[in-house]
Design a protein around this ligand. Structure first.
Ligand SMILES: [Zn+2]
Length: 154
């Protein structure tokens, strides 16, 4: 599954990560919001980013009908292990969560969080924010403080 924003960046969601998202849609797991972090590799030369792994809800997270609040614990351990096992090529690439709506759009709180996260120190110049809806998966990024949607390559 490939997304892009103009000529600037291409984002590929690897099959194994895509399968995890698809499971939410297939099994209609939207009663409570779920979420986690996006992990993957950067190819600076080609402006191509690959999401290879995602984390899913951990023990300490809070899940409710209209909110997913992620805690660091659990997700950070998984990130650290992937970072080491990949010889320091897999890095943090952003956040994802589910919405109980067919074609998801970010809430005010989502947008505020995404901007805040993008202002943090990070390995990747690019961060992505995915919402898994009941029918489709959508992706956004933040460019110079502005949220823009990526397009799906057909
Ligand atoms: Zn949301």
């Amino acid at each position: 599954m490939i997304f892009f924003y103009e000529e600037l960046i291409t984002l590929e969601i690897e099959e194994s990560a895509k399968c995890k998202f698809d499971n939410y849609i297939k099994n209609n797991k939207f009663k409570l919001e779920s979420g986690g972090i996006l992990i993957g590799t950067l190819n600076h030369a080609m402006n191509k980013i690959m999401i290879t792994d995602i984390t899913e809800p951990q023990h300490e997270d809070r899940q409710s009908r209209f909110m997913f609040t992620r805690r660091e614990k659990g997700h950070q351990d998984i990130m650290d292990t992937l970072w080491e096992n990949s010889h320091y090529t897999k890095t943090y690439l952003g956040e994802w969560h589910t919405h109980n709506e067919p074609s998801p759009t970010p809430s005010f709180v989502d947008k505020r969080n995404w901007i805040k996260i993008s202002e943090r120190d990070k390995n990747s110049q690019w961060l992505f924010f995915i919402i898994v809806g009941t029918r489709e998966i959508r992706v956004w990024t933040v460019i110079q403080g502005k949220i823009v949607a990526l397009s799906k390559k057909s």
